[in-house]
Design a protein around this ligand. Structure first.
Ligand SMILES: Cc1ncc(COP(=O)(O)O)c(C=O)c1O
Length: 451
């Protein structure tokens, strides 16, 4: 099983070539589940013919997913990897790279760090900011808040550890609440005006709080998942700096707007961030799974997060001056795929201009969608467009109607659009990312909601 099977190799490369050279179909999703009997007996003592199993994958398994990189995938947060990033992902897969440590893959770590440093610089964070690529925004948030908690504990020795809190808004991503739960930290849930977390909201919440000293950090979101709202990144950041609070900005989805000509300024406050997460596997056109986790002061982060064991001492021989960068030191992980490399390769080969253009395409389409909705009588906007998210209602519909419509749209292979809730009401939600999503498709989706 360790011999190269050239025939199988050709079949696999043909499959990949075919997939890469055509527009990505939407595919059918869980509406076409694979019958259990088709999977029965596949795992056997003697093994099966690999080409038959590749065929089984192509015919049965591949069409049973909704392709997240299709221009018709407009649910949740889509993913639209560039062709170069996908090709290079295959190179990474075959390269025997362990992206854990400097010792094992120094050059690769340097390339990943080049990409991180570029993102940090575009975000306005100081030179020397850095971290690691992790599996996703959720892991990035967990690592950031772990560091923030430990720094906060040290800064507030008089506050009992179990009382420490982070100030967050109700629109923060669910992974923030989960991270706080894992860390045994509570939230000061700050009331916002129209779902946008501002400095004034925070000041008011702290002024009315019985124990403001227990608040050790603030979490802002640069692009909420449900509505694309960018919090007051500057105001919250300057407040956090003035009061010695850890400032984390979750830009897993919308952090990519640092590349936008129209929205980049709204993220200028990232210069205050102690930690920042932006996912190349969302709006920076890299394949899953890839999130950039960047600390303002990486030394502080690694002193908290680096794993220690006698067999790992060899990775940590230098002093702070001569530190050899181990990506594993910056999050809650050890072995790791060099998952930043496909993003790095794509950025280097396509150039920054191409990224700026592609990011703006989705923002502009969202704006045109709002205009389209305004011109139709059966639908209406629920709120102004947030980045690339459009929330709208089909007048007169209830949750059941939205669900049936969503399923039909997928079954008809038009698009994957799922409903959400806004202030208790079920509404429709379009999340744009893919530069190939067309106005015609959007119009078709809106028209499909007529009776
Ligand atoms: C703002 C925000 N934060 C965090 C996450 C979680 O990211 P991941 O799914 O990569 O763990 C998401 C996912 O959509 C998000 O939109």
């Amino acid at each position: 099983m360790f011999e190269y099977n050239a025939q199988l190799g050709d079949a696999v490369f043909d499959y990949c070539r075919d997939r890469l050279s055509h527009p990505v179909p939407l595919d059918f999703g869980s509406l076409v589940a694979v019958p259990e009997k088709d999977l029965e007996g596949l795992i056997s003592p003697e093994g099966k013919d690999p080409e038959l199993i590749l065929k089984f994958f192509k015919e049965k398994l591949a069409p049973s997913v909704v392709s997240i990189d299709s221009p018709g995938f407009l649910a949740f947060i889509p993913n639209a990897p560039t062709k170069n990033s996908l090709l290079f992902d295959m190179v990474v897969a075959c390269s025997g790279l362990n992206g854990t440590s400097w010792l094992e893959s120094a050059g690769v770590v340097e390339a990943e760090n080049q990409a991180l440093a570029f993102l940090a610089q575009r975000a306005g964070m100081p030179a020397g900011s850095g971290g690691a690529f992790v599996s996703g925004g959720s892991m990035g948030n967990l690592a950031s808040l772990t560091v923030g908690r430990d720094v906060g504990r040290a800064n507030r020795p008089d506050v009992p550890a179990h009382l420490l809190r982070f100030a967050i808004s109700a629109d923060a991503h669910s992974s923030i609440g989960k991270a706080l739960h894992v860390l045994g930290i509570n939230a000061l849930l700050v009331e916002t005006d129209d779902h946008r977390f501002t400095r004034a909201n925070l000041e008011k919440a702290l002024a009315n709080d019985d124990n403001p000293e227990s608040v050790i950090g603030v979490v802002a979101t640069s692009g909420t998942t449900n509505a694309g709202i960018i919090d007051d990144i500057e105001g919250l950041g300057s407040f956090a700096r003035e009061h010695g609070l850890w400032y984390h900005v979750d830009g897993a989805y919308g952090g990519a707007a640092i590349f936008s000509a129209t929205h980049g300024d709204l993220l200028a406050g990232l210069r205050h961030a102690d930690s920042f997460v932006v996912d190349p596997h969302k709006w920076l056109f890299a394949p899953l799974d890839c999130a950039a986790l960047i600390y303002r002061n990486p030394t502080v982060a690694r002193k908290i997060l680096a794993q220690e064991a006698s067999y790992l001492d060899i990775l940590h021989t230098g002093d702070d001056e001569n530190y050899e960068w181990n990506p594993s030191d910056f999050a809650i992980h050890l072995s790791r795929r060099a998952r930043g490399l496909p993003f790095w390769f794509s950025l280097v080969t396509n150039g920054v201009d191409a990224y700026e253009t592609a990011i703006q395409v989705a923002i502009d389409l969202a704006e045109r969608t709002a205009v389209m909705i305004g011109g139709m009588d059966h639908v209406e906007l629920v709120r102004p467009v947030g980045l690339t998210v459009v929330l709208f209602r089909r007048k007169g519909w209830n949750e059941e109607r939205y669900t049936l419509w969503s399923r039909q749209l997928l079954a008809d292979q038009i698009a994957f659009v799922t409903p959400t809730k806004w202030e208790g009401e079920t509404v429709a939600r379009l999340a744009f990312l893919h530069p190939d999503t067309t106005d015609e498709l959007v119009r078709q989706i809106l028209e499909s909601m007529r009776d």
